[in-house]
Design a binder for this molecule. Structure first.
Ligand SMILES: N[C@@H](CCC(=O)N[C@@H](CS)C(=O)NCC(=O)O)C(=O)O
Length: 219
């Protein structure tokens, strides 16, 4: 595992959507950071090494080293970033709007993403003999179910550049990586035109494009 001299070091994997969220957050806040790759590829499994478990006992990415200590869980990291670097804010000022943004973000981070995580997909194979077709169906099922709810949540709101207005929030930070995952697994996105438009508009923002797996991998 590489070491870092920067005050912020992200334990990262180019294709991890949870790490992708944090990269977007760091770029939105214009913070410099070192990326310390943890190879999640089956067979490599660096996330499960003793050295990495000393940083994140759960054996998952991301984690961020802050100079004092490491923080785990993408949403906890993003909240910490927002508290320590308030501009631009990741949440709107109105408490009800803040609750809506959190609700949208948590639907992705707590309800869609964990069901499609690498270790869950691996368990489907080893415990239930799921094949690639079954795994793909499983993956798309949870995305489509969650996206249906997100699309409906947004359809009740006035259309804007981002999910919740003219500035990116935690909602967009979680949505864009989840859209990447959806495309990677060939999910039909035609029922979700609003989500597709938000994703397209967010890609115009450099913080989102710099953080994208393909850009990041090529650096
Ligand atoms: N809830 C965690 C999820 C972290 C997570 O599941 N990360 C995935 C990559 S996106 C991972 O490290 N998977 C490795 C594994 O399952 O062994 C967060 O938001 O940070």
């Amino acid at each position: 595992m590489k070491s870092s001299s920067a005050s912020l070091a992200l334990y990262d994997y180019w294709r991890s959507s949870a790490a992708y969220r944090v990269r977007i957050g760091l770029y939105l806040k214009s913070l410099t950071f070192d990326s310390l790759p943890i190879d999640l590829k089956p067979g490599s499994d660096e996330q499960l090494s003793d050295a990495y478990r000393n940083i994140n006992p759960q054996g998952r990415v991301p984690a961020i080293r802050t100079g004092q200590r490491a923080i785990t869980q993408s949403l906890a990291i993003l909240e910490w970033l927002d508290e320590t670097h308030p501009n631009p804010p990741f949440l709107p000022s109105d408490p009800l709007d803040r609750a809506d943004v959190r609700s949208f973000a948590q639907l992705i981070a707590s309800d869609i993403h964990p069901l499609n995580n690498l270790s869950v997909l691996g368990r489907l194979k080893t415990q239930f003999n799921a094949d690639e077709t079954g795994i793909g169906d499983w993956y798309r099922h949870w995305i489509s179910e969650g996206f249906t709810a997100l699309e409906q949540m947004l359809s009740e709101r006035r259309e804007a550049t981002y999910a919740f207005g003219e500035q990116p929030t935690l909602a967009d930070i979680c949505l864009v990586p989840q859209m990447y995952n959806a495309r990677r697994f060939d999910t039909d996105l035609t029922p979700f035109p609003r989500l597709v438009k938000i994703d397209q508009r967010a890609q115009q923002n450099e913080a989102f494009s710099l953080a994208s797996p393909e850009t990041f991998k090529a650096r």
